[in-house]
Design a protein around this ligand. Sequence first.
Ligand code: HPA
Ligand code: ZN
Length: 337
Amino acid sequence: MTTADFIRGLPKAELHLHIEGSLEPELMFELGKRNGIALPFKSVEDVRAAYAFSNLQDFLDIYYQGAGVLITEDDFKDLALAYFRRVAADGCKHVELFFDPQTHTDRGVPFRVVIEGLLAGMKEAETSLGVTSSLILCYLRHLDEDAAFATLKDAEPYLDRIMGVGLDSSEVGHPPSKFARVFKASRERGLKLVAHAGEEGPPAYVWEALDLLGVDRIDHGNRALEDAALVKRLVAEGMTLTVCPLSNLKLCVVHDLKAHPLKKMLGLGLKATLNSDDPAYFGGYLGANWTQTSDALGLTKDELVTLAKNSFTGSFLPPQTIARHLADIDAYVAKGS
Ligand code: HPA
Ligand code: ZN
């Protein structure tokens, strides 16, 4: 069995996926046409050619522009279903997906339209593809905390269908401390908490996410490696890091996949997971992240199995469901060896 085949069959979860970042140029054009929204690109090739980023902000500018074609419930449902079909083929069994309501409500698309469309796509993915999922609402950190509170208010009628909240968008200059009150309010409503930290921002932002926000997971966390005391803390707490190698490459967080710190993270005892972030923009879905990273770093079978297990033990699934996925992984490995 090739490594790619082994990876495809290995049960795994995706814990760091922005659903708006799964908008492929083909669907972008289709939805633009459907909704009468002109795009500043002539063709799908033109769009792809624009995906050369030097940093996070370069990407975010084009990502928010692309999301402008999403208008109706069906648009959000189609977007979600297109993503689920891709990851189901990669052997993904469960997804905890981010969505950015403010990107849409600021354009006049109601919160209800966004979430109802996504929930419809998630439901259909579970029935037709066998992939389970839950939603993580992300606050945009370049906006102020009052705007985040308004979004939490929009979410009130849907709190039983939202697993948690996260923090994304432009990191540097927008530390986690800016959102301490809205994270506290989110926690009080029973929501899980995650935050992007240490993608471009310094280790101090990871400390803040832990100490001031009280997060349950860190998204990215690469720059934690610059601070030995922080690594020690993350290892001691068994804190899950949702690492995204192809994203890191595309946004110049690393300059070569061979220099990616994932293997080093595992060696240090950090609970790393492998994820795609914004697969339509960064050159690959979950499977491509796994195979390309495995090839570049020479990940061992044991390391691959650890990553698969981390993706479930780091998830917000109930303990019995996690145990069932772990047993499936063990059965798969036993059968193959
Ligand atoms: N980082 C921060 N914000 C984001 C990202 C990311 O990689 N993708 C979508 N929003
Ligand atoms: Zn992200």
